[in-house]
Design a protein around this ligand. Sequence first.
Ligand SMILES: Cc1cc2nc3c(=O)[nH]c(=O)nc-3n(C[C@H](O)[C@H](O)[C@H](O)COP(=O)(O)OP(=O)(O)OC[C@H]3O[C@@H](n4cnc5c(N)ncnc54)[C@H](O)[C@@H]3O)c2cc1C
Ligand code: HEM
Length: 413
Amino acid sequence: MKFRIKRPDSSTSPFPHPEAPAPDVHTAAPEAAADAPLSAYEIELIRTSVSVVEPLAEEMTVYFYAILFARFPEVRPMFPPGMDAQRGRLLRALLRIVDLVDDPESLVRFCGHLGRDHRKFGTLPAHFPAVGECLLASLARYAGPAWTQEIAAAWAKAYGVVADVMISAAEQDARVRPAVWSATVVHLLRRGHGIAEVTVRPHLPYAYAAGQYVSVETPWYPRQWRYYSPANAPREDGTLTFHIRAVPGGTVSEALVHRAVVGDVLQLGAPMGDMVLEAAAFDDLLCVAGGTGLAPIRALVEEVARRGGRHQVDLFLGARTGAQLYGVDDMLRMSQRHHWLTIRGAVSHEYVPGLRGSLPQVLAEYGPWYQHDVYLSGPVPMVVSARETLTLGGTPPDRIHHDPFETPVLARP
Ligand SMILES: Cc1cc2nc3c(=O)[nH]c(=O)nc-3n(C[C@H](O)[C@H](O)[C@H](O)COP(=O)(O)OP(=O)(O)OC[C@H]3O[C@@H](n4cnc5c(N)ncnc54)[C@H](O)[C@@H]3O)c2cc1C
Ligand code: HEM
């Protein structure tokens, strides 16, 4: 099966009509996405073909981008100049399309999120057929003899369903807010240990909730978006403060910590993430933060204060050494102001009186935590082991909130 971008005739094109009326992604019931579900057989076809190409995913990614940029050079400027680090993300998501399509309930929410997020890349409806065509061409090449007309048709259908939701969500979003917000650096505080607090003032109002994260593009690395969490609840003056740790060898984080100066202008994508106070079902909150993972937790604590301290908050801060126990003074000052906030530290690689152990060990000593909503933020291994410890201790998994680990849009709701 050969795909060409057609000016849309959605009755024949396997890809969505760019000007098709947009379903209401915010209000549509999940069943709306189920209008054009794939049959179990089609899903099986897609799954089988993924298992054939998955071992070749790296080569296939190179091929996919090569043909995408050769056939559709107009999309090249949307991608970072050197794409090695991130190269796999778009294609990995495409290979997981079937997970989305066979779960109509998450389809609308997840792909809507993805579509809105793509606005910051400058993605337009007309680009979807291009990506779809190159996806199918890559699959056909790497699946080899396993590729059939039937499989191609199932893939085209699945891609169409996902693209349709993404396009509709992006169109709706465009009616109510910008794709990106310019924001000027108004304050910079270098805290040592490669950490800086960077405060920005968006040029237009930027609505977000405490605990969410924001994708940021710097002037030095265009099109290299990285996620950072504001460390403050929304302020009256509209400023946001990010706590950024320079990752050794990192591009964007190094630049923000060591190169940024007051007056630089960053770009912000729309806020994302569900680690917000509204997610809490219990009055008691357990917050666990490692390193700059403290940022969204700090924002949540400020939000509790803003709402009059109706939650009891137990906050555990973790680090490898006492010197790295970042933000502890600030949090101690907050706990002196707020009787509902208790702070404890845990240092895993050094003896500090009263602070011995890794965060999960220390958590296991205190508790029980099964009647708490838990907010975890920090290095992935810490979040994973804290989640395990808490689940074993009886905390219901749906009461444990944390940000996605790698590509936020790939995380299931
Ligand atoms: C939801 C979310 C929220 C985040 N919030 C914050 C935040 O508030 N503050 C903050 O400082 N960071 C935060 N991050 C991490 C941030 O988005 C970047 O990944 C980080 O700053 C590295 O980007 P970079 O461009 O400097 O490194 P890259 O150029 O992307 O990577 C360079 C090298 O460093 C490695 N690397 C990347 N990240 C890390 C890491 N964390 N530790 C060790 N090695 C790494 C890469 O594998 C690569 O080899 C968050 C990430 C996510 C997903
Ligand atoms: C069904 C269709 C699509 C899916 C499922 C999809 C999925 C994804 C995902 C999951 C990411 C990673 C995002 C992140 O890390 O935050 C991504 C990145 C990206 N996508 Fe898409 N995408 C689709 C279509 C498109 C189209 C049509 C374009 C336009 C040409 C596009 C352009 C991009 C760009 C520029 C990036 C950033 C790449 C990078 O930084 O390396 N995508 N996509």
